[in-house]
Design a binder for this molecule. Structure first.
Ligand SMILES: C[S@@+](CC[C@H](N)C(=O)[O-])C[C@H]1O[C@@H](n2cnc3c(N)ncnc32)[C@H](O)[C@@H]1O
Ligand code: SF4
Length: 372
């Protein structure tokens, strides 16, 4: 089981909260051709037996000409052994959804869409500097359901102008579309974003911490009531619709990333492609190294396991940690675990440790306590 990630670094305009790597130029050909070249030269020499997931992320893969996506997919199929049931996801923005695009994505092999809605509330969408309107989001979900059974909707909470009322309203709208998978992220203020500048200049009003916790509480309760499994802190799924690609990340599987800023992991090393478009193109053209890599220490691997697994419903497995890394987690962290149990932040049985709903709201605090 291994995954391929392709980073498509273009967006129509910059959302005020986002610091993923993207450019708003609409000249796409050179970078896309370089991504195809990167797959061809295979400089990282990963020894991957079987690809079970392919993920076009961004940026905004839905703005790119489908012919390019097809060539990229063909190249991956040519270079790797791709399983017949491979999950092939494409991140899309509502303003790009059209009957023609949906048909073309399906034709080239995409079998899962992840639609970035963020909110259906017009004032919030404007504040976030999104391209689309709430109505456009609703229309695009309706349309994509005609072509894709497997899809996910991204929403955010804790945004400026959000409240328990707006979250309730977003959840109600969401329910009417019955998506098989939902990702809901707590909006964070990232470096080099418009929101960060506005916050520094005291020009941004954010909901208070207890208001944000209330929003998350409603999300957890309502989505459970609607029949979703909260299989990872920010991810909710109907039966059989987990994101296989993201589950691979959380299960310590290998993944290889192509495109500027893409990450890769071969179970020993972590790799980061350069995140400057021009340098990425130049280095690949000159056949020079275009990524950095770091060998993970045992401590980093243990902490990575704790950090990712505590967020999932599998939780931290004491036996697995002993088998994989020879640590006696329950014994070595017994006093911290006891404290967290007393605060009703975690549950623990013979084998595993999981977050309670109360714990999910402050997972960073908990991870800090139990990391090595
Ligand atoms: C890499 S973005 C790309 C998706 C797509 N371009 C879009 O805008 O919907 C994937 C998701 O990350 C989330 N995201 C981006 N910036 C975030 C932030 N600062 N805090 C929380 N979630 C964020 C959004 O929900 C977004 O849909
Ligand atoms: S959220 Fe999506 S559309 Fe907005 S800037 Fe980030 S990647 Fe681009």
């Amino acid at each position: 089981m291994a995954g391929v990630y392709i980073h498509i670094p273009f967006c129509k305009k910059a959302c005020h909260y986002c610091n993923f790597h993207f450019s708003t130029l609409n000249k796409h050909d050179e970078i896309l051709n370089t991504i195809i070249q990167e797959i061809e030269i295979n400089q990282k020499k990963f020894k991957i037996k079987n690809i079970s997931t392919i993920y076009f992320g961004g940026g905004t893969p839905s703005i790119v000409d489908e012919n390019f996506l097809e060539i990229i997919l063909r190249k991956i199929f040519q270079k790797y052994n791709v399983s017949k049931k491979c999950e092939i996801t494409l991140e899309a923005n509502p303003d790009d959804i059209s009957e023609e695009k949906l048909k073309n994505w399906k034709k080239i092999g995409v079998n899962r869409l992840s639609l970035g809605v963020q909110s259906f509330n017009e004032s919030i969408l404007k504040k976030l500097n999104r391209v689309h309107s709430g109505d456009q989001a609703k229309k695009s979900i309706k349309l994509l359901k005609k072509y894709f059974e497997n899809f996910s909707i991204d929403l955010m909470f804790g945004t400026p102008l959000s409240s328990v009322k707006t979250v309730n309203s977003d959840l109600k709208t969401l329910k009417s579309f019955d998506p098989p998978h939902i990702s809901i992220y707590n909006m964070t203020i990232e470096n080099k974003t418009v929101f960060q500048k506005q916050l520094e200049n005291k020009k941004l009003i954010l909901p208070k911490e207890d208001e944000i916790l209330k929003q998350y509480d409603i999300i957890l309760k309502k989505l459970e009531r609607y029949g979703y499994e909260n299989y990872e802190i920010s991810n909710f799924s109907k039966k059989g619709f987990y994101s296989k690609h993201n589950s691979n990340y959380w299960n310590d599987e290998q993944y290889i990333g192509f495109g500027p800023s893409a990450h890769s992991y071969d179970k020993k090393y972590r790799y980061w492609n350069i995140n400057k478009n021009k340098a990425y193109i130049d280095l690949i053209n000159k056949k020079e190294i275009y990524y950095e890599k770091e060998k993970l220490t045992l401590k980093q691997k243990i902490n990575e396991y704790i950090l990712t697994r505590i967020r999932t419903n599998k939780g931290i497995n004491n036996y697995e940690l002993k088998k994989k890394y020879n640590v006696q987690f329950f014994k070595e962290k017994s006093s911290e675990i006891l404290m967290l149990l007393n605060e009703n932040l975690i549950t623990k049985d013979k084998l595993s440790l999981n977050l309670t709903n109360k714990g999910k709201k402050i997972s960073d605090y908990i991870t800090e306590k139990i990391m090595y």
